[in-house]
Design a protein around this ligand. Structure first.
Ligand SMILES: O=C(O)C(=O)C[C@]1(C(=O)O)C=C[C@@H](O)C=C1
Length: 417
């Protein structure tokens, strides 16, 4: 049972070639080769009533789908002539709604369910909202599409009344990690169901101006027959037609790449957000990029970020890599300082002079030769944490004259270098 009575207005954008007529509670939905757009200016009006249970059925079909075609054109034509998919979205937050719009733009039927009630939104946008997943599954959707957060996927999938679904139902997820949903689907679903794991590498922010050229990753994990193949092709053609860059990739490979790219990006954005970086009157382009990155990152939920970490087995390694990289950069900086310091000591500071003491090496003081020395004193240097790997740790027993720098100086003196 659909949770709420809803009206859909169908507006046809161009003169269409009619391919199919669908019936929804005795109303016909005509599908055209061009767009079918739900909106407020109706060319025809449909009433979707909640009771008796809605059934969406093709009642006339111009062409039967033909699987196993040779040419790309033929395949595309066959897909265009196939009845639209009934795509049931589980998890209808910001991301689910964003995906639903694209799915609808490509002429497919969107059913949705979520913890929160989106019946008004769905009614206004020509989609059908179900307050519970049982009723949605009674509609026998072609595709069950998981758009939930990573953290809630398992409970959502386990709650699907699988016995109500038709054979050849395709399960698709759009989570930001891939091995976890694949393994879960394989564990929970019997072999008759098809599985495609996908990841649009964009979302409501990055895809707000269109999906063209944005990567869409997919892995056809299990396709058992021609009907599933057709549904899978039809589903993927949504993104092809939106001009996404289609990337077929295994779930393992995806997770490896995503940990080193998306997870690192979100981590840097979150680190920067803790610096409270703000716009200045003299922003460089690079800084503008950082500001934008920070803003985009923190506008995503922490759950998303935590999911990228917790459910991608490569993420911990990336955190460690990041830590090491930061240490390396610090050591490069302080190491250079150390070289400079040594040079100053070797070439310009009289080693046996009292001037070698704390007063002389303070910034701005002059050496015996009259040139200023801009070096921190030994105490300051040994306080710099990264420098400590270049100099031995401070020992309370040692006198200041016994720091590594001064030991070096003494060695230089002794060897006459
Ligand atoms: O566009 C946005 O709002 C996003 O945050 C998209 C974004 C990302 O850029 O990291 C977030 C989650 C998806 O997995 C893919 C991409």
């Amino acid at each position: 049972m659909a949770s709420s009575a809803s009206s859909i207005f169908i507006q046809i954008r161009q003169q269409p070639k009619i391919n199919h007529v669908f019936e929804y509670n005795s109303c016909s939905i005509t599908r055209h080769n061009t767009d079918i757009v739900a909106g407020s200016k109706p060319n025809c009006r449909l009433s979707l009533r909640s009771s008796p249970p809605c059934k969406i059925q093709p009642i006339r079909s111009a062409h039967r789908p033909h699987i196993g075609l040779e040419s790309h054109e033929e395949k595309q034509q066959s897909l265009d002539n196939s009845p639209p998919l009934k795509i049931a979205i589980l998890g209808f937050g910001n991301f689910g709604q964003f995906m639903a719009k694209g799915i609808q733009r490509q002429g497919h039927i969107v059913l949705a369910t979520s913890r929160s009630d989106y019946s008004d939104y769905c009614r206004d946008n020509g989609m059908v909202f179900f307050r519970n997943v049982e009723e949605m599954c009674e509609e026998q959707p072609d595709v069950i599409l998981i758009c939930s957060s990573i953290l809630s996927m398992e409970s959502i999938v386990r709650a699907i009344p699988i016995h109500k679904l038709g054979p050849d139902t395709m399960f698709v997820d759009m989570l930001s990690v891939k091995q976890f949903p694949r393994n879960l689907f394989m564990e929970v679903l019997s072999s008759k169901f098809g599985i495609v794991c996908t990841h649009p590498m964009f979302g409501p922010e990055s895809g707000k101006n269109g999906w063209g050229k944005l990567p869409f990753v997919y892995d056809k994990v299990r396709i058992s027959n021609a009907v599933q193949q057709r549904k899978c092709n039809q589903f993927l053609s949504i993104f092809e037609k939106e001009d996404c860059e289609m990337v077929e990739m295994s779930c393992e490979e995806h997770d490896r790449h995503a940990a080193g790219s998306q997870f690192i990006t979100h981590t840097i954005g979150r680190i920067l957000s803790h610096l409270d970086i703000e716009s200045t009157p003299i922003n460089t382009k690079g800084y503008e990029t950082l500001l934008e990155l920070t803003e985009n990152t923190v506008s995503d939920s922490f759950d998303l970020y935590y999911g990228l970490f917790m459910y991608n087995m490569n993420a911990s390694e990336q955190i460690e890599n990041l830590d090491r990289a930061f240490e390396t950069v610090k050591q490069k900086l302080f190491g250079r300082l150390h070289d400079m310091l040594r040079k100053q000591i070797v070439e310009r500071v009289p080693m046996n002079s009292k001037e070698n003491g704390k007063e002389l090496v303070s910034a701005g003081k002059s050496s015996k030769h009259g040139s200023p020395l801009f070096l921190p004193n030994s105490q300051d240097m040994s306080d710099v944490s990264s420098f400590s790997s270049l100099a031995p740790p401070k020992s309370p027993k040692k006198q200041p004259s016994q720091t590594r720098r001064e030991e070096d100086s003494n060695r230089v003196q002794r060897t006459g270098m």
